[in-house]
Ligand binder design. Structure first.
Ligand code: SAM
Length: 280
């Protein structure tokens, strides 16, 4: 029996064609087949790089059927590269069924590192990266979406979502309603493209930014939500309770300064905690 060939997982650019790696181009040129989410879309990329490999489609509606066929080809010794429309296959894209079956059947799977919108956005977000959770897309309807977002109220690490342009404003408004207007979020838009933008601040300000000009709601987005009230957790409860009592009577800056002095704490931490209290 001949040895199985390898299935290669090949990331492709998320906007800037220069982000394809030399190794990705070698693999795409040398394999027998490229399994693509949308063959027409992938043809444009292949044409640009003068890659002439045969393609076949593998998308969410035919992945089951295609998996059986591709595993057979791999076992017959034909190498396959899996690509999606953009970024890393399997990350909110098809490919999981195929990779799992290959592993079950002892077919070698090799992943190439490369573009991924979630990781690109996170690495430049300024939010904590030591621990984070990527949750793909939020539910499209506001009710279930708010339910998911409520689950982040106590979360102590960064959360990363993909979001569609037609829903981005509603989602940020849902963040305001569920996690508070002051929850720090970062919206990364059009990564690696000409109009790449990071909007960084309280959820309320990010919603206002989106509303100011509807053109800002167009494009591709990664939404990142900061960990919950880290400042509050680190502060003694008696300091927080004094801050809560002073807050209605004084400007927040002053209230924070008094409590900081009294308990020998950092003014800035109390100021942040005061802002987050508004968001509860
Ligand atoms: N597999 C891809 C990856 O590795 O990033 C993601 C595929 S998912 C179907 C597409 C979503 O990724 C978009 O709706 C958007 O949320 C995000 N995305 C893709 N490219 C992006 C870009 N250039 N800038 C911002 N977000 C992007």
């Amino acid at each position: 029996m001949s040895e199985s060939a390898t299935l290669y997982i090949v990331p492709t650019p998320i906007g800037n064609l220069d982000d394809i790696s030399p190794r990705a181009l070698t693999v795409l040129s040398e394999v027998d087949w490229i399994a693509a989410e949308d063959t027409r879309h992938t043809h444009k990329l292949l044409q640009h790089f003068s890659v002439n490999t045969r393609t076949l489609s593998l998308h969410e509606h035919n992945e089951d059927k295609r998996t059986a066929m591709l595993c057979q080809r791999l076992k017959d010794g034909e190498a396959v590269a899996l690509v999606s429309d953009a970024g890393t296959p399997l990350i909110s894209d098809p490919g999981f069924i195929l990779v799992r079956r290959c592993r079950e059947e002892g077919i070698p799977v090799v992943a190439l590192p490369g573009p991924c919108a979630a990781i690109t956005a996170l690495s430049a977000s300024g939010l904590p990266t030591d621990k984070f959770m990527f949750e793909g897309f939020l539910p499209p309807k506001t009710g279930p979406r708010k339910q998911v977002l409520e689950g982040l109220s106590e979360r102590t690490f960064t959360t990363v979502y993909y979001e569609a342009p037609r829903r981005v404003l509603d989602t940020v408004q849902d963040v305001c309603e569920t996690l508070g207007e002051h929850r720090h979020i970062v919206l990364a838009k059009e990564l690696t493209k000409t109009f790449e933008t990071y909007v960084d601040g309280a959820a309320k300000n990010v919603a206002e930014w989106l509303q100011e000009d509807p053109v800002r709601q167009k494009g591709e987005f990664v939404l990142m939500i900061s960990p919950a009230a880290a400042q509050q957790k680190a502060l003694p409860p008696e300091a927080l309770s004094l801050l809560a009592s002073l807050k209605p009577l004084l400007p927040l800056k002053k209230a924070a300064a008094i409590v900081a002095e009294h308990y020998n704490l950092k003014k800035n931490a109390l100021y942040q905690a005061g802002l987050e209290m508004d968001g509860e």
